[in-house]
Design a protein around this ligand. Structure first.
Ligand code: KG4
Ligand code: ZN
Length: 350
């Protein structure tokens, strides 16, 4: 049964949450693990009643990346307004909410603390259960928003901090069968973007530039690993650096778009090959993309092309690929990676 008993913090009442709870669950969730302050209200894990995201990109541009102390302060400044807007957009009040949820980790500790404490305070003030949510599980759950997706499936989680192939057996049972042994894919995107001279946020800027380049211009290496589902991107990063240094010797103007396109071709092919193999080996035809890098145009194109070969491919809508709170609410409802107490503490890494 996918339902779990939670307690209200003051009156100690039992509340069932989950698809088998037997009634509509309206979950209010907060996300603040990195550089987005977000709040959302989601009905039964799929129906988004409101979704507010305050991005800090403008602040971090001048530093060329996310500065943790600055991020935490910005979350503090934005959080109350974002929460109020989430209620307003859904036209609901705290009384209508079944439970409050917030991201517990992994992420930047100072940033997480802001959202987690706001979520706990709301739960306490309105005597509703509090549900702590794992950010990584939530990225996968973004695929339940506005769809009818059900496990089993293979999920590829590609974000700024993680690269994993996950076997999702049912709503509660997930197994990581492959992951990066060094850099995360988003990190590789951001580092190569910086090498080419693109501004923060690197991933999306590299993606845009790549679309104007020749993806077969340069051949970059692919790591050979013991576990066929594992990834390694540090060699690719070094090879990209060497390529750029060599090209600088011969070209007056660096062929940036061709480098970006060749890099993107390399990583998207590797992701596709390994994920497809995992799906074939566990005998599923359903493949699910998740995480910020799932917004990438070439990766989406390659994976969606699998639909011509009988696969069912899901990727979150663009606004649900990068960090948002609707996915946190969905994860809380489907109980994927949840921690259920007001005592739960933030954590930075898995
Ligand atoms: O999931 P996310 O928002 O935050 C984490 O949980 O890490 O992912 C952020 C990552 C960043 O590295 C960013 O550069 C990358 O996702 N990203 C992209 C694109 N949009 C965001 N990478 C490649 N192509 C994109 N279109
Ligand atoms: Zn994320």
């Amino acid at each position: 049964m996918t339902a779990k008993e939670f307690k209200t913090p003051i009156s100690d009442k039992s509340i069932l949450i989950g698809p088998d709870s037997g009634y509509d669950n309206i979950i209010f969730a907060i996300e603040s693990s990195c550089d987005e302050t977000a709040a959302a209200i989601v009905k039964n894990g799929r129906e988004v009643l409101s979704n507010i995201v305050a991005s800090q990109i403008k602040t971090h541009i001048e530093f060329g990346g996310v500065v943790p102390e600055v991020a935490a302060r910005e979350h503090l400044e934005a959080i109350n307004l974002v929460i109020a807007q989430a209620f307003e957009q859904a036209n609901l009040t705290p009384n209508d909410i079944t439970a409050f949820a917030a991201t517990v980790g992994p992420g930047l500790v100072g940033s997480l603390l802001v959202g987690l404490n706001a979520g706990k305070a709301l739960a306490l003030a309105h005597d509703k259960p509090f549900i702590g949510v794992n950010h990584l599980n939530a990225h996968v759950c973004a695929n339940f928003l506005n769809t009818d997706l059900k496990p089993p499936f293979i999920a590829l989680l590609i974000s700024g901090g993680h690269t994993q192939i996950i076997e999702v057996k049912n709503f509660l049972e997930q197994k990581i069968i492959g992951e990066t042994i060094d850099d995360a894919i988003g990190e590789a995107y951001d580092k190569v973007a910086r090498l080419i001279g693109l501004p923060y946020p690197g991933g999306v800027n590299l993606d845009k530039l790549a679309q104007t380049g020749n993806k077969f211009a340069f051949k970059l290496p692919e790591a050979k690993l013991q576990n066929e589902y594992d990834f390694s991107f540090s060699g690719l990063k070094t090879a990209s650096l060497q390529l750029i240094q060599n090209l600088k010797k011969t070209f007056i103007e660096l062929p940036k778009a061709d480098i970006a396109a060749s890099f993107q071709e390399n990583v998207s092919s590797v992701l596709l090959k390994k994920t497809k193999k995992a799906a074939d080996n566990i005998n599923t035809k359903t493949i699910v993309l998740s995480g910020g890098v799932a917004a990438n145009s070439e990766i989406r194109k390659k994976f969606f092309a699998l639909q011509n070969n009988g696969y069912k491919v899901y990727a979150p809508e663009m606004k649900f690929c990068t960090d948002n709170a609707a996915m946190i609410a969905s994860s809380a409802y489907f109980l994927a990676g949840t921690m259920d107490s007001l005592d739960v503490e933030v954590f930075s890494r898995m």
